[in-house]
Design a protein around this ligand. Structure first.
Ligand SMILES: Cc1cc2nc3c(=O)[nH]c(=O)nc-3n(C[C@H](O)[C@H](O)[C@H](O)COP(=O)(O)OP(=O)(O)OC[C@H]3O[C@@H](n4cnc5c(N)ncnc54)[C@H](O)[C@@H]3O)c2cc1C
Length: 99
């Protein structure tokens, strides 16, 4: 739980697995969200809710991919499946990144 009045932005607000290459994009996205929130006069809690709404889904999917890829057993079958169905890889890359 953050101290009252604390506005986290960039990496301190949220970190995505590095396999997505989205760190800088998320840092800029959170900065945009923070600027909008300050202009709208909302509380830090509302700002955090906005961040979760805007980026929570892609972060959850990226973390799930990372957890899966770190396990040795599913790696070989996954590589086989993805080479047979490259559109799955494309879709996964899209879900774990901003649109
Ligand atoms: C090795 C590595 C490779 C990466 N590769 C990629 C990549 O390929 N693609 C990608 O999108 N992201 C990548 N990232 C992640 C990306 O760099 C970060 O997600 C992004 O830079 C976060 O931005 P930020 O503004 O939160 O923090 P930062 O970019 O770290 O900026 C924080 C700034 O605040 C300064 N600072 C800290 N404390 C103070 C203080 N007390 N007073 C004043 N200034 C202070 C720091 O010196 C720094 O300049 C990588 C990160 C690392 C470590």
């Amino acid at each position: 739980m953050d101290a009252p009045g604390l506005w986290r932005v960039g990496d301190p607000a949220m970190v995505t697995p590095s396999l997505t290459g989205e760190g800088m994009s998320l840092a800029l996205g959170s900065a945009r969200c923070l600027a909008d929130s300050l202009c709208d006069g909302v509380t830090p809690e509302v700002y955090r809710t906005r961040l979760r709404k805007a980026f929570g889904r892609q972060l959850s999917i990226a973390r799930a991919f990372e957890a899966l890829l770190q396990r040795e057993r599913p790696q070989r079958p996954m590589v086989h499946s993805l080479s047979a169905l490259p559109m799955l890889l494309r879709a996964g890359a899209g879900w774990s990144r901003g649109g």
